[in-house]
Design a protein around this ligand. Structure first.
Ligand code: MLT
Length: 304
């Protein structure tokens, strides 16, 4: 019998892949053979002596001590691509939310007071105050050219946007098979100087920590919009908030609320919603359960 310890809720569709006659799965279990988790921070946890594998139902692995586990001969599995559509859809929504001032306008309308005549007057004022911009012809800079970045590129080309890309580790030609415009290889600084919107889809590693900082913001177009649905720490929030206050940047939409960013009028912070859809949770759980099973039963490493 293999024992599987779940440190976060894992979709039942994934857990059902593990036959009950061979697997015992529980959120509290002694001597686990494998751990399944999402965002649980494993760094401070004592590694069980029986542990043979760790599986993350998600793409990022910065909550897992990968080096330590690898040195102990314990592979770490993740599920790149399995939740990419969910992130893509939220990024497209964020582009529209920022361009049309939707959160501020919604707040404005919700707080209207008085009789219908005074509300109608305020509607006229709001219509002017919250007038937005459109996406066609604007340029989106995608930083990180993996499964998510490629999907976003395709989606926004469909909305009439231009797309440019940069990745700290791979070239655009290597990563994407899209239109000639998208395939232009750019340095990060070039991308920043051409993009009306930038969106991050890189893992949090030493090379990407504070990748967007005060110095780099200087290269950006005035009124550019920053989206971060990758990880907190990739964007230097203090530098972005200063640039918003100085009206250098227009808006910042992110998935990582902090005391500093959550109440700023030009910031929309969401509670790590990028991959939180029913479908994505199911896809990730199924993929990681299959990987763990294949490893425990056959010794196969299909992704790590
Ligand atoms: C990911 O790394 O893919 C996401 O953080 C997954 C999640 O939200 O659990």
């Amino acid at each position: 019998m293999f024992k599987i310890l779940t440190l976060n809720n894992i979709s039942v569709a994934g857990l059902n892949r593990l036959p009950r006659d061979k697997y015992e799965v529980a959120s509290e279990i002694m001597h686990p053979d494998a751990i399944l988790l999402r965002s649980f921070k494993m760094h401070e946890m004592e590694i069980p002596k029986t542990l043979k594998a760790v599986g993350r139902a998600g793409a990022g692995i910065n909550n897992i001590p990968v080096e330590k586990l690898t040195s102990m001969g314990i592979p770490v599995f993740n599920t790149p691509g399995a939740n990419a559509n969910a992130v893509k859809e939220l990024v497209v929504a964020a582009l529209l939310i920022a361009s049309r001032n939707l959160t501020q306008a919604w707040d404005y309308a919700r707080n209207l007071e008085g009789d219908d005549a005074s509300i109608a007057k305020a509607v006229e004022a709001g219509k002017k105050k919250y007038a937005g911009t459109e996406l066609p012809g604007k340029t989106l800079g995608v930083i990180g050219l993996g499964a998510i970045g490629g999907r976003i590129a395709n989606a926004v080309i469909g909305l009439g946007m231009k797309v440019i890309g940069y990745d700290p580790t791979v070239t655009i030609q290597h990563a994407w098979n899209l239109s000639a415009e998208v395939q232009r290889a750019l340095s990060f600084e070039e991308l920043l100087s051409e993009a009306d919107y930038i969106t991050f889809h890189v893992p949090l590693i030493d090379a990407t920590k504070n990748m967007l900082n005060a110095e780099r913001i200087k290269h950006m177009k005035n009124n550019a919009i920053v989206l971060n649905f990758a990880r907190g720490g990739i964007v230097d929030d203090d530098a972005v908030i200063k640039a918003l206050d100085e009206e250098k940047l227009y808006a910042y939409i992110n998935d990582f609320p902090t005391n500093e960013n959550k109440n700023h009028p030009r910031v929309v912070s969401l509670p790590h919603l990028g991959a939180s859809t029913f479908e994505a949770e199911e896809n990730c759980a199924v993929m990681v359960a299959d990987q763990i099973q294949d490893y425990l039963e056959n010794g196969n490493i299909t992704n790590s």
